[in-house]
Ligand binder design. Structure first.
Ligand code: PLP
Length: 285
């Protein structure tokens, strides 16, 4: 079956899904994206992703071409049309295609909205059992990382460096502290059992999975501290892990080739993963 994508009001075969070369997403990375997970054909924590979408577009004064309710309907229809049981729904909105290449916002141009899906068995991913290695790279991104912008070149380079090193993620470093992963939030569990993850600010993307995991941990009386941590601290921690819509909770077992604890996924990462998957299934829509 041909994959179906959504482009500006129409469901079309992926091969026929096209936008203009003048689209500002393509020319200027003038756009916002979101990725929601799908489990058993249902959207996971999607309200949180749509709330972040609304915030991101607001921060760049980009009006959504559809209501959030309509976007949710489109997401669901695409999942159904593509028969996605386990995977991801990607959505991107840009400031549309104007007549030329003026930097300033064009007038009277309709934003572009596209969505497509992919298949991914996040629950049974082999890396969830083995854990992943991360490498560290300098964080060379712009100063508004709280906006989920499609300008991802710094992350492309970071994740390519990770791939070349055989690692599963890159942790980006600024002023000696981890900001976050290339496409994930970063956590450690200290020797005195405190979960540490950087506080939300313009230095990081406010991860939806991060937010849910913190709430789930606190509901279980686990101690959470939102503050930056260094690689030195991570290397003497009990555990390290990442969170994201496309991996849920994933143990980090090496950093720049050095093992975290015994180099195996720890009990806290495994437990939080189970708790998150349980939450995801119970709240799926
Ligand atoms: N941080 C960055 C830079 C990301 O790109 C992502 C996801 O793509 C995350 C964190 C994790 O966010 P979420 O849990 O909402 O997927």
């Amino acid at each position: 079956m041909d994959q179906i994508a959504y482009v500006n009001g129409s469901f079309v075969p992926l091969a026929e899904a096209k936008i203009s070369v003048l689209d500002r997403g393509f020319l200027f990375a003038d756009g916002i994206y979101e990725v929601s997970a799908v489990l058993d054909g249902k959207l996971i924590d999607n309200a949180s992703h749509l709330a972040r979408l609304e915030r991101s577009v607001g921060e760049i004064a980009l009006a959504l071409p559809e209501t959030l309710d309509r976007i949710r309907e489109i997401q669901k229809e695409l999942i159904a049309r593509n028969g996605i049981e386990n995977g991801l729904v990607y959505l991107q909105v840009t400031r549309g295609a104007a007549a030329g290449r003026d930097f300033a916002f064009p007038k009277g141009v309709k934003p572009t909205l596209i969505l497509f899906t992919s298949v991914k068995d996040i629950v049974n991913a082999p890396s969830a059992k083995s854990g992943i290695g991360v490498i560290t790279v300098p964080d060379i991104r712009w100063a508004r990382r709280d906006i989920k912008s499609v300008a991802l070149l710094a992350q492309v380079l970071a994740k390519q460096a990770a791939a070349e090193a055989g690692a599963g993620e890159a942790w980006m470093i600024e002023d000696g502290k981890v900001t976050e992963g290339g496409s994930s939030s970063a956590f450690i569990l200290t020797q005195d059992d405190v979960l540490v993850t950087r506080q939300n600010s313009s230095a990081i993307l406010p991860g939806c999975t991060r937010k849910a995991v913190i709430a789930l941990a606190e509901e279980r009386q686990l101690r959470v501290e939102e503050r930056p941590f260094s690689i030195e601290e991570a290397l003497v921690a009990k555990e390290a892990f990442i969170t994201s819509a496309s991996s849920f909770v994933q143990a980090v077992v090496t950093i720049d080739g050095k093992t975290v604890a015994d180099g195996r996924p720890g009990p806290m990462a495994n437990r939080l993963r189970e708790i998150y998957i349980d939450f995801a299934r119970k709240t799926a829509e």
